[in-house]
Design a protein around this ligand. Structure first.
Ligand SMILES: [Zn+2]
Length: 415
């Protein structure tokens, strides 16, 4: 949309003005005044057009009356009289001319109507611009009163502002401390309001097993953060970093929206709370990606009731609640993408094996959720705290790994 660049420009000005408060008022005032002026001028144009339209409609009515008067005259003529015949021909000719005039007028009325609706649309857009500006100003006022911290681009805390430091605004919710840069706040501020609901819903997946401590999530947007390439949970630090520009709607090539990734990374935190060893690469169960990534993706796509959250329009992809057939298609695509030989795929993916896409991992979790049950999956996850994945598999799933994969292939008709 055309107005986007205008808003961006204005927001950039406004962000600048936080550092130098006096400018804020000036920028705010002149911008608002300009938009208001434009609206007044557009409204006047609409009024003029409506007046013109009224005149045209009056003219049309007049022509219609004249036409029907002529038609009445014809009716009352005596058809046996030759002179009268000529009169009738003339009258018919006159009617035809009136018809042409009427047609022209109708066309002209249609044009005016189109013009009016275009202008009205433009007025609505301007009104929206004003509303957006008010919102941004309110947000900026909000930011000026919250706590903030500085980090370097790798996420290390800095004691004060310095060159290249990143400023993070701090928002404490019940269980998560959300850090947003000014740009991220502008783009994803809604996450603050929905975070508690998200945490409560993920917690249900883990049968009520809570996070043991407050966790920090850092969300940036087109900032210079390099701690994570897109979204990542750091178990050792109990922090997650998410780069908003990597996700929908800012990156149209991804099927993940920011709130999806928020759910995904928080799910890792809950896994960490349930079985910390999952994230400890030094122990036997370390880096069990099919389980950790599969489950986080499953919670993200299948479990969370996004429709309950106040997510702004256009901020959520439709990539949720896949059915079995869709999983099958995703598995086949993933097999191709990862160069997997289906015949030699007879065991669970290796512990540290990271596929380019998580679809196969997720399909394994979907399979367990549907063919076994949810508690089997949680029991298995929890058991990895004390046992290794192989020793724990048989007692939990009551089958061999080979048979399990065989059943998985059968379930998705992959054989
Ligand atoms: Zn993950």
């Amino acid at each position: 949309m055309k107005k986007n660049w205008l808003i961006t420009l204005i927001v950039v000005f406004l962000i600048f003005s936080i550092a130098t408060p006096p400018v804020l008022g000036a920028t705010k005032g002149s911008t608002m005044a300009e938009v208001q002026k434009k609206i007044t001028s557009l409204t006047k144009q609409v009024k003029d057009l409506k007046n013109k339209l009224g005149l045209k409609i009056k003219e049309t009515d007049k022509l219609k009356k004249e036409k029907s008067a002529l038609q009445n005259q014809i009716k009352t003529k005596d058809l046996s009289n030759k002179n009268k015949d000529i009169q009738i021909v003339n009258l018919n000719k006159a009617i035809k001319e009136k018809d042409i005039n009427l047609l022209d007028l109708t066309e002209s009325i249609n044009d005016k109507n189109i013009e009016i609706s275009d202008l009205s649309e433009s007025i609505v857009e301007k009104d929206e611009t004003i509303e957006e500006l008010h919102k941004k100003i309110k947000q900026l006022e909000q930011l000026s009163s919250v706590n903030f911290i500085y980090t370097d681009e790798k996420g290390n805390l800095l004691s004060s502002n310095s060159k290249n430091a990143i400023k993070w605004y701090e928002f404490r919710t019940d269980q998560i401390t959300i850090y947003l840069t000014a740009k991220a706040f502008n783009e994803f501020g809604y996450i603050i309001d929905i975070s508690d609901e998200v945490v409560t819903d993920i917690c249900q997946y883990f049968n009520g097993n809570q996070l043991p401590q407050n966790m920090a999530v850092f969300i940036s947007f087109n900032d210079t953060v390099s701690k994570a390439t897109s979204g990542e949970y750091f178990a050792g630090e109990k922090r997650a970093f998410i780069r908003g520009e990597s996700f929908y709607p800012h990156n149209r090539y991804t099927q993940e929206s920011l709130v999806d990734v928020y759910v995904h990374e928080l799910t890792h935190a809950f896994q960490d709370a349930l079985a910390p060893n999952l994230f400890n690469a030094n122990v036997s169960s370390g880096g069990l990606y099919w389980l950790t990534e599969g489950m986080a993706s499953y919670v993200e796509h299948q479990f969370i009731p996004y429709e309950n959250y106040a997510i702004p329009e256009g901020h959520l992809t439709s990539e949720h609640k896949y059915n079995k057939e869709e999983y099958r298609a995703k598995i086949l695509r993933s097999i191709k993408e990862n160069n997997i030989d289906m015949d030699s795929f007879t065991k669970l993916p290796e512990r540290m094996k990271m596929y380019k896409s998580y679809e196969i991992y997720e399909s394994l979790i979907y399979f367990i959720e549907n063919k076994y049950n949810h508690n089997t999956l949680l029991t298995y996850t929890k058991s990895l705290e004390t046992q290794d994945p192989i020793n724990s598999f048989m007692p939990t799933f009551k089958t061999t790994e080979e048979q399990f994969i065989n059943d998985w292939k059968e379930y998705y008709s992959l054989k």
